[in-house]
Design a protein around this ligand. Sequence first.
Ligand code: HEM
Length: 411
Amino acid sequence: MAEHVVTRYRDAEQTLRLPDLHQALYDADTVFLPRTVVCLHGEDHTKKKRIFSSVFNRRFFRHYQNHVFPKALKETMDPVIADGRGDMARFAYRVLINLTADSAGIDRRHTEADTDRLLALLAKLGHAPTMGQLTDPSDRDRLLAELEEALEAFRVEFFEPSLARRRALVDRHNRGEIDRADLPQDAITVQLIHHPTDADLPYDERMKDAAFFILAGAFTTANSLMNMVNEVLDWFEDHPEDRRRLLDDPVLMQRFIWENARLHPASPITKRRALCPMDLPDGHHTAADDYVTLDLTRTNRNTDLFGADAEAFNPYRDLPDTLPQHGLSFGGGMHVCLGKLLAVGVKLTDDNKDAEETEVGTMALVMRALLRHGIARDPERRAQIDESTARRHFATLPFVLDPALAVADAA
Ligand code: HEM
């Protein structure tokens, strides 16, 4: 089977919208992802996506941003503040796993031990999306066995108790004992409302959907956050005045976040398989079963669109309204990211930036907390990139909280 690589932004944008291209990025994983929303196609995909999308309404965002997330953030910030230092490679995952576990509908005691157990299981499941991008493909069988094991532990320790509690609540709602508005707002609950029995939705699929939801939300955002911290700390060396500006100006903060997303898409590529012979927007012809790879790192760095300095981190780049600064980092077409608003917010302007209900996104909330406490590079420990996949993951990204850089009223 031939593989065709798309590297031009506008071609990729149109290619992602073609209905006869099937998701293929996760083909190497035969255990975990095949029946999750990111791999389904056509009507099956539309149905599942519609259900999940209904979790993310304005009420959800407001509640999470103003009530749930500040708690998750505080839980993760407190030990780092006490130590005066931390490692983004742990911090980012801890803070985001709590948020996405809540939106998936996974209950847990809010202890560091529970968070770390869930993280350890998801770290194993996290190999599924990157399995097709392994630098050493002989690792595949071992990783598939680990996937099975991690899924079973996730099922027993987290999924089953969370499902049972929600089933009881949905039953009470069906008997008219509680209002719909009083049900938890999360992925497991909406699925129970729409597909109450295992005949409607097999148990195994329900469990994998919940695990995927956490993975899709936490690992992508954590990766983006680590790159963001790395870029921003470099940027401050030449532009120290922006440290304070970022805290004062949410529109500028979003520019930084989107610029970072453009340069460092959570996955450097996405991949599709042609369901029939077709002409692609870039003029290339593919046969049925050929692969079409969309190189997001390259599309996001097209100099004719993003400027001669497209390879550089420049949050101040001036782009037309028709070109989002984050490029194609949240995908496009039928598989476009479901959690973009949660991660990076709505487009901020001077008109909406100060309104309480405006979604600024979790990345901005975390960055604000770190900047207020004076995040800086740890002079004694260097950052290291994990080279085991083509994705740019940090093995370690140590930082200190420097009181001299903190803002006076940081709690
Ligand atoms: C900076 C953070 C994020 C980035 C860069 C990101 C990126 C992406 C990309 C590129 C895709 C499309 C994959 C493809 O076409 O193969 C995607 C899909 C998806 N994302 Fe995100 N994502 C982020 C955060 C989130 C969050 C916070 C959630 C949920 C809580 C989420 C849930 C999903 C889901 C469910 C899909 C699958 C949608 C579908 O297949 O129809 N993402 N994301």
